[in-house]
Design a protein around this ligand. Sequence first.
Ligand SMILES: [Zn+2]
Ligand SMILES: [Zn+2]
Length: 207
Amino acid sequence: MPAKRQPARRTARSNTRRATPARRRPATRKHPARRVKIPRRGPLHARLGAWLALRVIAPMVADRQSVMQSRKDAAILRATHKGCTTCHGNGTIYTKSKKTGAWTGSKPCPAKPTKEKVSRWEINKAARVGAEKRSGLVGWTCPCGKKEKPRYRDAKAATSALRAHEKHKHGGTSVGGTWYAQQTEAAALAPSKPGPATKTRAKAATA
Ligand SMILES: [Zn+2]
Ligand SMILES: [Zn+2]
């Protein structure tokens, strides 16, 4: 709503503005969609349109952005670990319990990167196209049929997403869902030194 005009104060205000210009500038600006409110009145189609934009489209855009960021991060790890003997170019390694042999989690490859710099173009391409675009990321499946494609940076994040689903749909008790990892073809074929997990093996191993 526009503020009421106060012509008497105009000169005084512009003086203050000149005196403290830095103060008037907002330091951090929120995302444009966040500042918009759903109108409570007005034509129905306009209210519906605003509701759709804010409650449906904005979260979708945010979700897409977070998926792309994970994929780009994974692509950077894959590119900087190309030919790495520890992770076989996957960038992430999967840990296994020495006692039970079960998959316990994942972590970024501790080995020194084989390559220091990668072009932004190369990363964008690797994160967007091809069968390897989700390699190095972790997803989850639940026996109820719900699943998420690999989009998490580690097993821990994927597990908490699974737990959130269990809380929402299964009363907080697990019905046997697990995390699973996608990895590069080279890492999947490599002999299991640090414990690379193929999709099916990781699925079977963690409960
Ligand atoms: Zn590596
Ligand atoms: Zn479920």
